[in-house]
Design a protein around this ligand. Structure first.
Ligand code: CA
Ligand code: CA
Ligand code: CA
Length: 411
């Protein structure tokens, strides 16, 4: 009986070699496994006395399953490492809350990292105060403008109007020499993409990513609309897929002001037309942004994702703006540890820290599928956020961002 059955399989397999075969594990008694392995010398491997790894078509596998002498026939499944980087420390509660009772109060980064840890192919423009580009945790994750990197100092090698814009540009100072005298942009950059698993500093939402460093703030003082427009247009022209804007201003109070801000609106609109997602901090005024909007977060543009801040207990941070209509989602923003301008790490709070968590999640999503458009990204983020009672009436999604669920939704 056994021999007949084996012969049947052999002859069958000869006829169907054109069909797709998969790897199966077959469990049976030792003698049966030995015989089976002799019949399939080219496509089988004895794993142990009673288990054989074997290539079979689906039909062959189902025939074998019916054999009473065979205990089990199963496909050989893929296993993967649970990825935990060596620089995920307990301070990084926003990525993975260390308190068991608050396990849901984070963005589910380790779960997301089992699917993707990011990609250098994804470019995130950090429009901010610059960055310490020599920081151990940022230097490997900087976007590079190849033409300028391999070009001549003092020459605009790619003829884009900016001289030596190798890793980005400082618009107020009109120089490609980057730094961060304020410390804000370095911190934001680290949350999006501090190099992961490099035994140094912290880990960002992305272990690998390309950060385009665009400074629109002078060392002291306010940034201005003209530099914001230049930075947004630069990001779009140079291939950024995501822009993080951890800044803003109060809503225009009269028509004249409204007109002045109109050009910023149009720049973000242009970014949207180019497929760029614009992630913006909702602001730190404790206001209902539906009544007192903050711009650009509250602009009514489909490519803007407005982000409020939550603390490690899952409540809206005391400083955070909120809004059932104009704040899309919350993210960790109180007591966030990230890279600092002095080359170390440190804690900061604000919707400025919440926004880069979401920009980071968008980058993770794009590392899985770079063809996602801004609508797909935004709706996946909103539809999959972790429901959160204290944020229910405070945001469109009624909760906080969930990196793992967002990636699962677009896979
Ligand atoms: Ca240039
Ligand atoms: Ca140059
Ligand atoms: Ca690191």
């Amino acid at each position: 009986m056994r021999l007949i059955f084996l012969l049947l399989i052999v002859s069958f397999s000869l006829q169907v070699t054109a069909y797709q075969q998969n790897e199966y594990l077959v469990k049976a008694d030792k003698q049966y496994i030995t015989n089976l392995s002799l019949d399939f010398t080219r496509s089988s491997e004895v794993i142990r006395d009673d288990i054989l790894l074997i290539n079979l078509t689906e039909d062959e596998a189902s025939l074998l399953k019916k054999n009473p002498e065979v205990a089990l026939v199963v496909e050989n499944r893929d296993l993967h490492l649970f990825k935990t980087p060596n620089d995920l420390n307990k301070k990084l509660w926003g990525l993975n809350n260390p308190r068991k009772s608050r396990a849901a109060i984070d963005i589910n980064a380790p779960e997301a990292w089992d699917i993707t840890t990011g990609s250098k192919d994804v470019i995130v423009a950090v429009i901010d105060t610059g960055a310490n580009i020599n920081h151990d945790d940022l230097m490997d994750n900087l976007w590079e403008n190849e033409a300028e990197l391999n070009g001549i100092a003092g020459v605009d090698d790619d003829n884009n109007g900016y001289i030596d814009d190798i890793f980005g540009f400082d618009f107020p100072k009109n120089t490609g020499a980057l730094g961060d005298r304020v410390g804000h942009g370095t911190h934001v950059s680290g949350t999006i993409g501090a190099k992961g698993d490099n035994s140094s500093g912290v880990v960002g939402v992305n272990w690998d990513v390309s950060l385009m460093i665009l400074n629109m703030f002078p060392d002291r003082g306010q940034g201005q609309v003209d530099d914001a427009i230049k930075a947004i247009d630069y990001a779009v022209a140079n291939g950024a897929q995501v822009i993080n804007a951890s800044w803003g201003g109060p809503a225009p109070s009269n028509d004249e002001e409204k007109e002045e801000y109109q050009l910023l609106y149009e720049a973000i609109e242009r970014a949207g037309e180019a497929g760029v997602t614009f992630v913006a901090a909702a602001g730190n005024d404790r206001d209902d942004a539906d009544i007192t909007p903050m711009f650009p977060a509250a602009y009514d543009l489909d490519n803007i994702i407005s982000v409020g801040s939550m603390d490690s207990r899952g409540r809206a941070s005391f400083f955070s703006n909120y809004g059932k209509v104009s704040v899309d989602v919350f993210a960790p923003g109180s007591g966030i540890t990230s890279t600092t301008a002095n080359g170390r790490t440190g804690s900061m709070s604000g919707t400025s820290m919440a926004s880069p968590h979401v920009a980071g999640v968008v980058a993770l999503m794009l590392s899985v599928d770079e063809s996602l458009n801004t609508d797909e990204i935004k709706s996946a983020l909103i539809n999959t956020c972790t429901p959160n009672k204290s944020l229910k009436s405070k945001s469109v999604c009624a909760g906080h961002v969930n990196a793992h669920a967002a990636i699962m939704a677009i896979e």
